[in-house]
Design a protein around this ligand. Structure first.
Ligand code: DQA
Length: 147
């Protein structure tokens, strides 16, 4: 099975970005441990981060043509704004889990709404970088047997 991990704007700054909210783990750390977790389960994992909405959209389109089985996405601020990324992910019809490092429901009101949650297989928020690992283990379990 093949899994794509997508991270949106400013997540390249993890490690130094608002450490009180997002912690000290870098995106490279997260991507590396996910790659290990996937390979020990015999799955193929690709990670992609962009600060640009169109690049995320085009990466999702490519996931569709590449036959990616599952997407784990932290759309970051685009969570709360992007009908276009929502439409892209629905357009390729790939199941996805939405991840947020922080508890978006315990922050500003505008973070409580997501353009993704109603279509996600599941949503994880507030559990820190571990949320990505939990999402991946769930994705691997869901793909087991079906691929
Ligand atoms: C975030 C939460 C968003 O509200 C914010 O814009 C981010 C990161 C999180 O992982 O907690 O950039 O998605």
């Amino acid at each position: 099975p093949s899994i794509l991990v997508l991270n949106g704007p400013n997540l390249n700054l993890l490690g130094t970005r608002e450490p009180g909210v997002y912690g000290h783990t870098t995106l490279a750390d997260i991507e590396q441990s996910l790659a290990q977790q996937a390979s020990s389960a015999g799955a193929e994992l690709t990670s992609f981060q962009s600060n640009a909405e169109f690049e995320l959209i085009e990466r999702i389109h490519k996931a569709g043509s590449d036959g990616i089985d599952f997407i784990i996405i932290n759309p970051a601020a685009f969570t709360h704004t992007s009908v276009a990324i929502r439409d892209a992910i629905l357009g390729v019809n790939i199941p996805f889990i939405e991840v947020h490092i922080s508890n978006v429901h315990a922050r500003e009101d505008f973070r409580a709404h997501s353009y993704f949650s109603d279509k996600a297989v599941g949503v994880i928020c507030g559990l820190g970088p571990k949320g990505y690992e939990f999402a991946l283990s769930s994705a691997l379990e869901q793909l087991k047997g079906s691929i």
